[in-house]
Design a protein around this ligand. Sequence first.
Ligand SMILES: NC(=O)c1ccc[n+]([C@@H]2O[C@H](COP(=O)([O-])OP(=O)(O)OC[C@H]3O[C@@H](n4cnc5c(N)ncnc54)[C@H](OP(=O)(O)O)[C@@H]3O)[C@@H](O)[C@H]2O)c1
Length: 248
Amino acid sequence: MTEIVWITGASSGIGRALALNLAAAGKRVVASARRADALEALAREAGGSISVLPLDTTDAAACENAVAWIEAEMGPLALAILNAGTHVPTPASEFAVAPVRRLVETNLMGTVNCLAPALAAMRQRKHGHIALVASVAGYGGLPTASAYGATKAALINMCESLKPECEALGVKLQLVSPGFVRTPLTDKNPFPMPFLMDAADAAAEIARGLASDKFEIVFPRRFAIMLKVLNMLPYGLYFRLVRRATGT
Ligand SMILES: NC(=O)c1ccc[n+]([C@@H]2O[C@H](COP(=O)([O-])OP(=O)(O)OC[C@H]3O[C@@H](n4cnc5c(N)ncnc54)[C@H](OP(=O)(O)O)[C@@H]3O)[C@@H](O)[C@H]2O)c1
């Protein structure tokens, strides 16, 4: 039977490239995001193997209905890739409640709104696979990313917490930690982005990782290792290196 894969945030960037990659590999992809027109264009490009399911992931009831619709109309959900997210810089000079709330609602609660019904469906049949898209920005605090980084750190922690329990329930849980990928999200960045990758290459890395038993699908590896090491340093040294690297 063809595997049903649900991808949120599939209207652009990494999610779109991943939908095309997995559809080309023979999966039946259900693509979600808010912009129905962009999803329709994606489905046309894929030539019939992508179904469109417009959804705002900040609406918990809509996410529950989306999973119910997939299971009723398409078949058992084999893989949920919870990728929808956004970025708003939150520099200390403009720090305010509204942008932080928006990022928490989209990146953290939007993922939770999809995770809960997907996990419930998979738990019931003791079988399934879920991947949460976080970011290497969640490893440690970085200038102007106080809210974005906090939401991604929360996702990393949540994923680590759930991993052993999900395994016991028969559900494979993976964490996706991209570095910089060229998408509409990063096109707005006014700073140089080290090791910047194309979305299609990022999608290929994720597709390879999904087929493996690794907990964390992380790329580009050199950048991720640099950040992991940075986050093991004493704070004095950490802040000195962060200031030097970001010109803060
Ligand atoms: N690009 C990078 O360098 C990078 C690095 C690390 C992690 N990431 C993560 O990778 C994921 C994808 O990002 P991207 O770079 O591909 O950005 P993108 O091109 O801006 O794509 C973001 C996707 O999320 C969807 N989305 C946003 N808010 C939504 C909502 N409330 N409900 C449903 N869908 C929503 C957008 O679709 P609509 O606007 O149509 O809803 C879009 O499809 C994000 O979680 C991001 O944090 C990206």
